[in-house]
Design a protein around this ligand. Structure first.
Ligand code: FAD
Length: 491
């Protein structure tokens, strides 16, 4: 066993070549450290596997956003006709195979660029699964045989993988987000089990591409998000044709004689229902990949409830072993969070920095057909933290100009600002449902970092006609009971 700092082969060994691990590795090498990154993907139960870069690039943010875009374009084609575009032939079809090939082509190119970048930056990339042998040694099997790596510091950036329910047929016939983006045949009629953001996003783009989509919701949609906004998202998806089965859990999946899938589910009154689907997609949550890492041999403790690592300042209970990204306990599971934390950690380890990662007020967007962008606290959380009497909530429905000509529904275009009630009213949370919600909320997230107040927001001159300007027009509080529906557009 090599003690810390004594003749170790590397300054840093990173286990996991995803968003967090790669960011840390590149930053550490730029600061002069000798770094190796191990990355290995265990194939899914139906055999899907992918290349270097982790979840975001291969089976997460990127393919998801591309498929969301494909669905939005389908909607835009219909809108285009109302704007005078004469589309022939009138009957427009979508090809799943073409979309899948285009998405996978893009992913392969990113895998390649990532490998080249690591080589150029002199980060050693090892395509192997890392396991701790002891607190100072990682072992891995490569094509060339077993390798043992010793390092001054280790970084656990192994991320997570989707869970499967413990029901008959789940593993044999079900798929997850790890499979959907490379599915060789069109998904057809799909049941999505789970109403977290991944479940809703998948249901949204599948419906947008023309497939029947049913979501089984166990308890509440978008747990952890503002529930008023979550329910508006569900209502909008229902209007777009997604079916929701509330308070239901799956019981079994069986193959029918004609190769389709017979799914049985149960509601909270123990009543059973069933239907035939072509695809069953489980989106019931993700588990951290700490067990596969033989983490106990390193002495690193994991949370008893979900195998994640509680690491204040990204440092585990073993001082020379660190962790970033989705593997962290009670931290946002988002790519920019993993990247930022990885980079800052490398600077602290090798650059003399003391800047810690700030996990507060991280903006995010749910890419459902009508998107939901958010930064800061939900209304529920703000009330829980500060008390109802100390919170002011401004809200408004609004009409995107682009929606008028195609006469698109505006009933769920809604935003709210959650603020402290006293003084200039410090903004605690901003919530926006509408097109391009991520683009809208990003700038406001920066404003919130600079301690945005409602007074400052109201004195900001908007850009007309945009949807982001609606935040500068807010003036109705929930407490006032006044109608938050929009008046005229330009006064
Ligand atoms: P990962 O990116 O998961 O990387 C971990 C890597 O380590 C993987 O390649 C894994 O195979 C490898 N590994 C695991 N164990 C070992 C081992 N023992 N040895 C070697 N290698 C190992 N985030 C956003 O910000 N925006 C989005 O829109 C968004 N959309 C998403 C959509 C979906 C469908 C999913 C699933 C996720 C999405 N995310 C999104 C979340 C985002 O992908 C993750 O937060 C991010 O990838 C986490 O990075 P990470 O470095 O912690 O882990």
């Amino acid at each position: 066993m090599a003690p810390v700092g004594a003749n170790t082969e590397y300054d840093l060994v990173v286990v996991g070549g995803g968003s967090g691990g790669l960011a840390a590795a590149k930053e550490a090498t730029a600061l002069g450290a000798k770094v190796a990154v191990l990355d290995y993907v265990t194939p899914t139960p139906i055999g899907t596997k992918w290349g270097l870069g982790g979840t975001c690039v291969n089976v997460g943010c990127i393919p998801k956003k591309l498929m969301h875009q494909a669905a939005l374009l389908g909607e835009a084609i219909h809108d285009a006709k109302t704007y005078g575009w004469e589309l022939e032939p009138d009957n427009i079809h979508h090809s799943w195979e073409s979309l899948k090939d285009a998405v996978q082509g893009h992913i392969k190119s990113v895998n390649w660029v990532t490998r080249v970048e690591l080589r150029d930056k002199k980060v050693e990339y090892i395509n192997g699964q890392g396991k701790f042998l002891d607190p100072y040694t990682i072992t891995t099997q490569t094509k060339q045989g077993e390798r043992r790596l010793t390092a001054k510091y280790f970084l656990i950036a192994v991320g997570g993988r989707p869970r499967y329910p413990d029901i008959p047929g789940a593993l044999e016939y079900g798929i997850t987000s790890d499979d959907i983006f490379s599915l060789s045949k069109p998904p057809g009629k799909t049941v999505i089990v789970g109403a977290g953001y991944i479940g809703l996003e998948c249901a949204g783009f599948l419906r947008g591409l023309g497939y029947e989509a049913t979501v089984l919701v166990r308890s509440i949609p978008l747990r952890g998000f503002d529930q008023q906004m979550a329910n508006l998202i569900v209502a909008e998806m229902e209007d777009k044709g997604v079916k929701f089965e509330h308070r239901c859990i799956p019981k079994s999946v069986q193959k029918t004689d004609d190769g389709r899938l017979h799914v049985v589910w149960q509601n909270d009154k123990k009543e059973e229902f069933s239907d035939i689907f072509d695809t069953v997609l489980f989106a019931i949550g993700r588990r951290a990949l700490t067990k596969e890492l033989d983490i106990e041999k390193a002495g690193v403790e994991v949370a008893p409830d979900n195998e994640k690592i509680d690491a204040p300042n990204e440092q585990t209970n073993v001082p020379h072993i660190f962790a970033v990204g989705d593997v962290l306990y009670k931290k946002p599971e988002l790519t920019p969070v993993a990247i930022h934390a990885g980079r800052l950690l490398a600077r602290r380890l090798f650059g003399g920095s003391t800047t810690p990662m700030d996990y507060e007020n991280v903006a995010t967007t749910v890419f459902t057909p009508l998107e939901y962008g958010v930064v800061g606290l939900s209304e529920e959380k703000a009330i829980e933290r500060y008390g109802e009497d100390n919170i002011e909530v401004y809200h408004a429905y609004y009409k995107p100009t682009e929606f008028f000509i195609p006469q698109k529904s505006i009933v769920h275009c809604y935003l709210k600002v959650v603020a402290l009630r006293e003084g200039d009213q410090k903004v605690l949370g901003m919530h926006f449902i509408g097109p391009q919600a991520g683009e809208v909320i990003q700038g406001f997230a920066a404003a919130m970092k600079c301690n945005l107040t409602v007074t400052a927001l109201m004195s900001t001159v908007g850009i007309h006609p945009t949807i982001a300007e609606e935040f500068t027009r807010i003036n109705i509080t929930k407490r006032s009971g006044k109608d938050p529906n929009p008046a005229s557009c330009c006064s």
